[in-house]
Design a protein around this ligand. Structure first.
Ligand code: MCN
Ligand code: CUM
Length: 800
């Protein structure tokens, strides 16, 4: 259980630990003083500024674009259109899902906010002003907004750029054994089914996306400062698109003000900034504003799901069957391992021992922004966990069963691990019953149910409009993609490199391919090296985000940094330790086998006074000390880590809400979250990650949605309309933990960065629906939606 400071309620800090433990984040010394270096802080000599003209229509043919007035603006240096780009072969770019996406529209616009022209000027204001001088004539077309009508015979064809295309169908994909699942359903005593929408939402990081491109005409080297979670992947994509060798491209990701998946993809503005720099011969900066961010760069979810769950009379879960209609917007640009068009959605059998499961997913084009998957999703596991955890509650509702008991009796037992699911995943470890029991104990489940009864009696007597709800969820996450054998993005296998160099004075530099966006990597990766080598984390510098200075690897998303780069860090530190043993043996004139490692030093077995500390070894490794012939001097190593499997963190969440049936207002009264992410490197950082994700869950369940009207007008393009949770909506979180180390991870750690975002939306939704005794209503459960649900007329919140 968590040790909290009784005065503040916050986790008590350890003194700077020589390894794992709660220490303050090293990066915060900069951040809290306003000394972070974000994209907007970077100013290059002679830098120009760009702005993008965007489509006001969701679907329209472009009749003509007249740029002459904009070009005549005294401070404008270039106006780039799709036609300019077509001349360079850059009007279309590859997406992360083997589709193409328009960089600047040539033929049609396909969503409101699509990029139409790119204006480069001497200052930001002139660039914006000049947008109004670009004259575009559009011929509006009917738009496809509701995915459920995208495949109608008379639906307008969005992607007529593709030869021979007559519909909006992207893919059909399935996982699991359909026949075995049908069999289980045929034999089941009870079946519950439910249609549910996980609505379109947005990662909405505090810092929006942007890029500064600088093409050096003399050296031919392209430098791109950009908000990217995956610098090396971006470099390779630029290399492939521009036909430049990698060594002529340097991607630099400065400090990132939140990513949440929004900064995985490459956006048209980035490509235009590169072209702008080539055309003008100067560095070009493009940054989107808040509305552009919300309308154009990525979205999340948008899964229309029909789920069915089968069980016996006495509550043994047997199987799950699901069909999904996935709204991918106008271009298929979702980010996930290439062979899995629905990402890792097929972990949807969740935390239960099921005989069979099957899913069929159909992807469709609509006239909405492309680039799905972002927003702390672990590649669609948010949708998967929501599906199964809602289905379990629907079944409990239909049969009058207690949702906690139904979960408890069906959770995987610890002796079943490693456990291979009906969908082929091998869960590595977990003690699910203990995790759930811990959460129920902390919440005081039985007392809560008793209180709920009393609240309901008062409501039924007409004394109060208030109802109380208790919502549970139990999730299994799958994080740390690879292995490279089964997972790649655009053909790039999902392994990560690490390089560690110990300087003569015993200080160290660790170079990684992953990229922190606020998760505290500067601290936690230093702690891994500290744990392995006994060097203070304060003496270990972590370098990320510059492709010229770091080894290749696929970046930070899907909570893969700890599972993959973290493993690479432990392995590279162990290589250095092996080298240090040889150096120490030479120093102490004994055989390496006679040495015993004690954090920070090698000691001679049986002669504890004879020892060499890491500091002494580091200096000796760089000195004239004679080393065995096959041992080079210095103290450094490199490593590439190809994960043998994903890691499978889990958690049990209990949410308690008070619902005012008169207004539809929901207040989250309590939230108990017990997470198991294996060994915790920095428990305080883990808890910070969980806090953030729990807030996300309240946002998703109660307020966030990208809604559109029937013409495709985006109704959530500002924070006045797209509501994010604040501290006001969040209770004081009650956190607990269980620790089942990952058996295949070198330090037993599992990722945690998205756990709470994945696990919390169903807990909040289940709580609200439990309060009002409604079988199902779609998120977000806004006051209007709750008010309507109570009165039996559910609301579809994504369409207006
Ligand atoms: N950690 C730990 N012990 C563990 C697991 C993790 O101490 N057993 C620490 C890690 O060392 C790291 C942090 O917790 O400092 C998160 O680690 P991990 O779970 O590996 O996740 P990533 O670092 O790969 O972060 C990615 C994840 C994703 S995909 C999204 S989306 C998200 C999230 O992180 N975006 C975030 N959390 C975020 N937090 C902030 N502040 N900003 C974002 O943009
Ligand atoms: Cu899916 S959002 Mo995170 O994986 O960068």
């Amino acid at each position: 259980m968590t040790t909290t400071d009784p005065d503040t309620g916050f986790r008590a800090l350890d003194a700077t630990p020589m390894g794992y433990g709660s220490m303050r984040r090293k990066e915060d010394a900069r951040f809290v003083r306003g000394k972070g270096r974000y994209l907007d802080d970077i100013v290059l000599p002679g830098m120009l500024h760009a702005a993008i003209l965007r489509s006001p229509h969701a679907h329209a043919r472009i009749v003509s674009i007249d740029t002459s007035a904009a070009e005549a603006h005294p401070r404008v240096r270039a106006v780039i259109t799709g036609e300019t780009l077509a001349g360079l072969g850059l009007a279309w770019m590859p997406t992360l899902s083997h589709d193409v996406q328009s960089v600047l529209a040539t033929d049609k616009v396909r969503f409101q906010g699509q990029e139409v022209a790119f204006v480069v000027a001497e200052d930001r204001y002139s660039a914006r002003d000049a947008l109004a001088l670009v004259d575009v004539e559009y011929d509006p077309l009917p738009a496809v907004i509701d995915a459920q009508h995208a495949l109608d015979a008379d639906a307008p064809v969005i992607r007529d750029d593709q030869e021979g295309r007559t519909d909006n169908h992207i893919f059909d994909w399935e996982a699991g054994d359909a026949a075995a699942t049908d069999d289980v359903f045929a034999r089941a005593d009870v079946v519950s089914s439910c249609d549910m929408l996980y609505p379109r939402s947005h990662p909405a990081p505090m810092e929006t996306c942007g890029s500064i491109a600088s093409m050096d005409p003399v050296s031919g080297k392209l430098t791109v400062y950009t908000t990217t979670q995956a610098p090396h992947a971006h470099r390779t994509v630029y290399a492939l698109v521009a036909g430049l060798p990698e060594h002529k491209i340097q991607i630099i990701s400065p400090d990132i003000g939140g990513g949440f998946g929004n900064k995985v993809g490459i956006y048209p503005g980035y490509v235009c900034a590169v072209v702008g720099s080539i055309v003008t011969g100067a560095p070009v900066k493009w940054t989107e504003d808040r509305s552009e961010n919300l309308m154009s760069t990525s979205f999340a979810r948008d899964y229309h799901m029909r789920g069915e769950i089968a069980a016996t009379h006495d509550g043994k879960l047997l199987g799950v069957r699901v069909t999904v209609l996935a709204d991918h917007g106008a271009f298929n640009g979702t980010a996930q391992p290439s062979k899995m068009p629905a990402g890792l959605f097929h972990v949807f059998s969740g935390s239960y021992d099921l005989a069979a499961a099957h899913c069929a997913v159909t992807g469709v084009y609509t006239n909405k922004a492309p680039g799905g998957v972002a927003y702390a999703c672990s590649f669609r596991i948010t949708e998967a966990v929501y599906l199964i955890e809602r289905l379990v509650d629907v079944l409990a509702h239909d049969q009058g069963w207690d949702p906690a008991e139904l979960r408890r009796t069906n959770l995987l037992r610890s002796e079943q691990f490693p456990y291979t699911t009906a969908l082929g995943w091998e869960y590595d470890s977990g003690d699910y019953p203990r995790t759930l029991a811990t959460a129920l104990d902390m919440a005081g489940y039985d007392e809560l149910r008793a209180e709920q009864k009393q609240v309901r009696s008062a409501y039924e007597r007409g004394e109060s409009p208030m109802l109380m709800g208790i919502g549970l969820s139990f999730f299994t996450e799958a994080v740390g993609a690879g292995p490279r054998r089964t997972m790649d993005i655009l053909g790039l296998g999902m392994a990560d490199g690490a390089e560690l160099r110990i300087h003569p004075t015993g200080k160290a530099v660790l170079r990684l391919s992953c990229m922190t966006q606020g998760q505290g990597h500067q601290t936690t990766f230093a702690q891994i090296v500290a744990e392995e080598l006994g060097i203070s984390p304060d003496d270990i510098e972590v370098v990320q985000g510059d492709t010229d200075q770091t080894p290749f690897g696929l970046g930070t998303y899907g909570s893969r940094s700890t599972p993959v780069s973290g493993a690479a860090t432990a392995m590279v530190a162990r290589k250095v330790r092996d080298r240090a043993r040889i150096v120490a043996a030479a120093m102490l004139e004994v055989s390496p086998d006679d040495l015993e490692w004690e954090k920070g030093a090698f000691r001679v077995a049986g002669d504890p006074a004879a020892a060499a500390t890491m500091n002494e070894i580091a200096m000796a490794a760089h000195s004239d000390l004679e080393l065995p012939d096959d041992v080079e001097g210095h103290l450094d190593a490199t490593c590439v880590y190809n994960p043998p499997n994903l890691t499978y963190p889990c958690g049990a969440y209990v949410c308690v809400v008070d619902v005012d049936t008169a207004t539809g207002q929901v207040k989250v009264r309590r939230f108990v979250a017990v997470d198991d992410c294996g060994v915790r490197i920095n428990p305080m950082v883990v808890e910070g990650q969980v806090h953030g994700g729990l807030a996300d869950g309240i946002g998703m369940a109660l307020m966030e949605v990208m809604a559109f009207d029937t013409d495709g007008n985006h109704l959530g393009a500002s924070f006045m309309d797209y509501l994010l949770p604040t501290a006001m909506e969040c209770p004081s979180w009650e956190l607990g933990e269980t620790v089942t180390p990952s058996p295949h991870h070198p330090i037993g750690a599992k990722g945690v960065g998205e756990s709470a975002t994945v696990g919390s939306p169903p807990a909040v939704t289940n709580a609200v629906l439990d309060a009002i005794r409604v079988r199902h209503a779609d998120m977000p459960l806004t006051p209007a939606a709750v008010w309507r649900a109570v009165r039996g007329t559910p609301l579809r919140t994504d369409l207006a």
